[in-house]
Design a protein around this ligand. Structure first.
Ligand SMILES: C[C@@H](SC(=N)N)c1ccc(Cl)cc1
Ligand SMILES: C[C@@H](SC(=N)N)c1ccc(Cl)cc1
Length: 413
């Protein structure tokens, strides 16, 4: 937390501590009398004694006494003028970039787990001391009884299932959660009492951290807020950014946009959050060096899904360009020889474009022989919308703007 003096100096600089009546306009001289109109200083942070008194101390270079400093700090917080919090955490890819894991510290003393930040869901759930031992194969577990700041959310339960058929459910605690230096108290930490075999099989994944909208959080009877929604009031700016990478560690930042992390400028596009997701419409796409096809693609920006899932017409157009690509019903997807050099895939965002290099579209070998490989672009058939998963997002720097009117920003990098 920045010092009160720092914040005060900042406020003084903005004129927020100036008198409510400032910058009088020079009146017109009529005869001998002069009328001067006083105008209100819109920037004045309100009539607050402690600010006025502190300003006097600052003006004369005297140290601000302890309780005055505390009074000012409280006022700054009440006025929301103390927003200075940000956070930054690494996102490490699992094998084949199937998912990206980030360290999250929970409780007091800190218990650090590796969570999959998922902009496609809104539950923060973890493997825990309540997860059946037979379902825990290598994961690190959260033990609320070892945290002095954990509180059981009495009577609360949660249950979630994901697009790949995996699922989990359990009980709920609130506790302190810290991500990359950003600490938030009383966050709902959902403790798994059941996990499906897909999660048991992912030894390195200790849980998920949902970053979609809180409207689809599954806790009952009282729906809970996401970490991002809980953090928002203290964030410098109501945003987080995803900077995922191909085969190497990327980053999630909270509260600020690192303009050195991308090339050119950000293009923002509207979000429809009515279903709880970061849903947007891409106005077109291109395959390789081809011209842009103005078929629009409506989908969600989803860090929790590995692949790019788009309409079948788009999938067919893409794989038609690849000599030995074919739909393999046993794999339920398009495959091709692993040695194939793949064309890029471009998706439009507003008037700009994100190019996914061909190599990002070779997801993984389908068998240990490694002769045929599974495509990173597959059909969204049956979902009801497209999914811009990691294959698409890792080609961009993505701003998830959670301000009053949420929007998404994309830039190349
Ligand atoms: C929204 C994602 S699941 C997630 N990211 N939590 C999703 C939904 C349905 C299908 Cl079929 C595939 C993926
Ligand atoms: C069980 C794991 S497997 C995988 N990497 N799809 C999983 C399921 C659903 C989500 Cl949203 C994130 C991770």
């Amino acid at each position: 937390m920045p010092s009160t003096a720092f914040l005060l100096a900042g406020l003084a600089a903005t004129g927020a501590l100036a008198s409510p009546l400032a910058h009088p306009r020079v009146g017109t001289a009529v005869g001998q009398s002069l009328s001067v109109e006083q105008v209100r200083n819109a920037q004045f942070a309100g009539r607050h004694g402690p600010f006025a008194l502190a300003k006097a101390y600052i003006k004369y270079g005297a140290p601000v006494p302890g309780d005055l400093s505390a009074a000012v700090a409280r006022l700054l917080q009440e006025l929301g003028l103390d927003k200075r919090a940000t956070g930054s955490v690494v996102a490490t890819p699992a094998q084949y970039d199937a998912e990206y894991l980030s360290p999250v510290s929970i409780g007091t003393p800190a218990q650090t787990l590796m969570l999959d930040f998922d902009t496609g869901s809104s539950d923060l759930w973890v493997f825990s001391s309540e997860t059946p031992k037979s379902s825990v194969q290598g994961q690190t577990v959260y033990n609320p009884s070892k945290s002095s700041t954990a509180k059981k959310l009495s009577g609360a339960t949660w249950k979630i299932s994901y697009g790949d058929g995996s699922s989990s459910s359990g009980s709920v605690y609130t506790d302190k959660v810290t991500i990359g230096g950003l600490s938030v108290s009383n966050v709902a930490v959902e403790s798994a009492q059941k996990v499906s075999r897909e999660f048991t099989a992912e030894a390195d994944l200790d849980g998920l951290l949902g970053l979609a909208f809180s409207s689809i959080n599954t806790v009952q009877p009282t729906q809970q807020k996401t970490f991002f929604d809980m953090a928002k009031p203290s964030l410098d700016s109501a945003v987080f950014t995803a900077d995922l990478k191909y085969g190497k560690a990327g980053k999630y930042n909270f509260g600020y946009i690192d303009d050195s992390a991308y090339n050119g400028s950000l293009t923002y596009t509207a979000v429809d959050s009515s279903n709880g997701w970061w849903m947007f419409t891409s106005p077109g796409y291109a395959v390789g060096s081809g011209t842009l096809d103005s078929t629009s693609i409506t989908g969600i920006a989803d860090t929790g899904t590995t692949l790019l899932l788009v309409p079948s017409s788009v999938v067919t157009t893409y794989y038609k360009q690849i000599r030995n690509a074919r739909y393999d019903s046993s794999q339920a997807g398009y495959v091709f020889p692993c040695s194939t050099s793949l064309p890029s895939f471009t998706y439009a965002v507003g008037n700009s474009q994100i190019v996914i290099p061909g190599k990002y579209i070779n997801f993984a070998p389908v068998d240990s022989a490694g002769s045929s490989c599974f495509g990173g672009i597959q059909s969204d058939e049956g979902i009801g919308f497209s999914i811009f998963g990691d294959v698409a997002l890792k080609a961009a720097f993505v701003v998830f703007d959670g301000s009053q009117s949420p929007r998404l920003g994309f830039a190349s990098k």
